[in-house]
Design a protein around this ligand. Structure first.
Ligand SMILES: Nc1nc2c(ncn2[C@@H]2O[C@H](COP(=O)(O)OP(=O)(O)O)[C@@H](O)[C@H]2O)c(=O)[nH]1
Ligand SMILES: [Mg+2]
Length: 409
């Protein structure tokens, strides 16, 4: 069998190169197995971007944790508790590690949980996330788009800071997480976990997990479909929510300088896994799953936003016979709908103009004061006319692409 194959291969070789053709020996390895390296080089040259949203009440240690995570001091004044509403503050930094560049954006929720009425506290956060999706969608829809140079500000990870009460989640936490879970990858963390004892912490974690499940809040799960990280990710999923401690202060412990917090009764080490889950969070967020978080944002959350938006605009993938609908066809349908609507409004406007012209002519011909409407009627007629004129004007102006949505041809 091998012999036959070799013969066939030899024949093919002769057929392609021709008899007596000079064969040049290869100077090195030739193959497409270098493709992954090419991709890596290209990505490294281009750099990466990662956007983190920190949601949590003022004073829960959001800024401190970011400084601790990225081992730097991000600028920013501590927020006061007297903000009239929730505001999102975003700062972008260019970080470098070895030869890899990272454009990191940290977004904080200033004033979250500081108002007496917290009903609408989640709204500015939802609006912010949607605004980033919208900016990306608008770039994607451009004819001349430059997505590779576009600063992608979509949120890849949302660290949700839970107060270390040891009781249960607050209503504000549940409502906010519920509103965000279809838009962003939520990683819940127990902030300032040095304020809670070991046995209380275990119970608190169980309570939080059960409350999230019973309220149908979907939090981000570290992926277990890739064999190389399945084990570690599976184990870490069981540790959620991570109990963290933040500190930028370095203390000498033994003969080493370590990030820690010192209290009258002792020292808590940030990077000691028996003291808190900070290392677990750093590993999962930065070292193991950063790319998955970016991918999930694009393929799950952005995809959902994009689908809803395009449907709102009147785009459809299938026509009434369930046949695939091309993008151009959708556009044509949308436009023809608008044209039809405009035409019908114009006809109505013309009829109305003709009617009022006829009325005026009749009035002029008669020129009889007894037949003229009273001043009050005159006023009503004029007001009605004006209102109708404004109405027609606004209808014609609002006939844009989005009007195709409720049109069935
Ligand atoms: N006990 C304790 N205090 C912390 C921790 N992280 C930060 N803090 C302190 O909490 C205060 C508020 O922290 P900050 O990062 O400004 O909170 P933010 O308003 O959420 O950004 C500061 O005095 C921090 O030193 C922590 O893990 N444990
Ligand atoms: Mg802060």
């Amino acid at each position: 069998m091998d012999d036959r194959c070799n013969r066939v291969r030899g024949d093919c070789h002769r057929f392609f190169l021709g008899e007596g053709c000079r064969t040049v020996p290869l100077s090195g390895h030739v193959g497409f197995d270098s493709l992954p390296d090419q991709l890596v080089n290209k990505s490294v040259n281009h750099g990466f971007c990662f956007n983190i949203l920190c949601v949590g009440e003022t004073g829960l240690g959001k800024s401190t944790l970011m400084d601790t995570l990225f081992n730097t001091k991000f600028e920013g004044e501590p927020a006061s508790h007297s903000q009239p509403g929730v505001q999102l503050k975003s700062s972008t930094y260019d970080l470098q590690e070895s030869n890899v560049g990272l454009k990191l954006t940290v977004v904080g929720t200033v004033g979250f949980g500081d108002q007496i009425n917290k009903e609408d506290s989640y709204k500015p956060i939802v609006e912010f996330i949607d605004a980033q999706f919208e900016a990306y969608l608008q770039e994607e829809l451009k004819i001349k788009r430059v997505l590779h140079n576009f600063h992608d500000s979509r949120i890849h990870a949302c660290l949700y800071f839970i107060a270390p009460t040891g009781h249960s989640l607050k209503s504000l936490d549940l409502v906010t997480m519920k509103k965000l879970d279809s838009k962003v990858n939520i990683i819940p963390i127990i902030a300032k976990s040095d304020a809670i004892s070991k046995s209380e912490l275990t119970k608190f974690k169980i309570k939080i997990t059960s409350e999230l499940v019973s309220n149908g809040v979907q939090i981000y799960q570290f992926p277990t479909d890739d064999e190389s990280v399945a084990e570690i990710n599976g184990t870490m999923n069981a540790h959620l929510p991570f109990a963290v401690i933040g500190s930028t202060e370095e203390l000498k412990i033994g003969n080493k300088m370590m990030k820690a917090r010192q209290y009258p009764w002792g020292t808590v080490q940030v990077e000691n896994e028996t003291h808190c889950d900070f290392v677990k969070l750093r590993e999962m967020l930065i070292r193991v799953n950063m790319e998955d978080l970016r991918e999930q944002t694009h393929t799950r959350h952005y995809e959902l936003y994009r689908r809803c938006k395009l449907e709102e605009m009147g785009f459809k993938d299938t026509d009434p016979d369930s046949k695939p609908f091309s993008c151009t066809k959708s556009l044509i349908v949308s436009r023809s709908c608008i044209r039809m609507k405009k035409r019908s409004w114009r006809t109505r406007r013309n009829l109305w103009t003709m009617k009022s012209m006829r009325l005026n002519r009749g009035r002029r011909q008669l020129n009889c004061s007894s037949l003229r409407p009273s001043r009050l009627e005159d006023h009503r007629l004029l007001k009605g006319k004006r209102r109708e004129k404004t109405f027609f004007k606004s209808v014609l102006a609002s006939c844009t692409v989005s009007e195709g949505e409720d049109c069935h041809l």
